[in-house]
Design a protein around this ligand. Sequence first.
Ligand code: SF4
Length: 357
Amino acid sequence: MYHRTDTVPVKVGNLTIGGNNDVIIQSMCTTKTADVKATVAEIHRLEEAGCQLVRVTVNNKEAAEAIKEIKKQISIPLVSDIHFDHRLALIAIENGIDKVRINPGNIGKRDRVEAVVRACKERGIPIRIGVNAGSLEKHLLDKYGYPTPEAMVESALFHIGILEELDFRDIIVSLKASDVPMAIAAYTKAASAFRYPLHLGITESGTLFSGTVKSAAGLGALLSQGIGSTVRISLSADPVEEIKVAREMLKAFGLISNAATLISCPTCGRLDIDLFSIANEVEEYISKIKVPIKVSVLGCAVNGPGEAREADIGIAGARGEGMLFRYGEMIRKVPEHELLAELKKEIDIIVKHFEET
Ligand code: SF4
């Protein structure tokens, strides 16, 4: 099996996906792509949340032509999502798209794929072969009877073959399914079959709650094996939530270096402060921090001081007050009503220190 660090790096705009590079977080706009103002506004929100690569649907000529203006107003690379009509990919390419995603199940005959490949090759634009269990080619469904991991990998390999015959190797592959075990099996087989970087995702995974759990289960299993160079969490929710989930998931595997981590206790009968609201506020406060600090919020003095000492900054509750810890040392006691404000002040000091060193 090829570990993510063994994959062939592929340039996408100013990013490189695969090889020794960081796992890249991406999302997809929910706006009509032809509505440039709304699309750019959503991309700016995603970028602020930590999105590094963003995809838009290119489902008509207006969308394909809007790429030019959108590109002028954003700074992260832009991907066009193409289904059915390869001519829209050609227009998007002319208008400066950074990457093209094609769905092998519906892009049509070989000559259409070849036309897209030639246009991408001329401009140095990579292609994602985006296999989806829900839209496999008919001949594969006839052969296997229903979507299977083998059918998904066969679809990917067939299209990789077309691109390689045209001497095109700027390839990224995804094999998405809404069924978690099927997606895990497909990605695992793919990681043994070729060295192109894998874009991970559990498609149509559900709402913020259920989709987060399914995506974390599926992508977590793959990331823990060293599979996956870029991720997209697919949620029926504001796409900013997808970025938050992706960042949290990468933190869990130590695969992100520009995010703050919250450690908070589950609470129990010993709880002495209003911990849930403090933890939620701190989580929101640190969500946009781009340095790897650890913040702990613990309910009481039993495990609190010990855990707080492991973090860069932390609090442990006591009756009507809290102890503030910095780099393992208790620095002062603070009344409960001032605890959150004091913790935020200390977080700011640590972040500034990180940024200066
Ligand atoms: Fe309970 Fe204290 Fe542990 Fe929190 S830190 S779970 S309040 S014992």
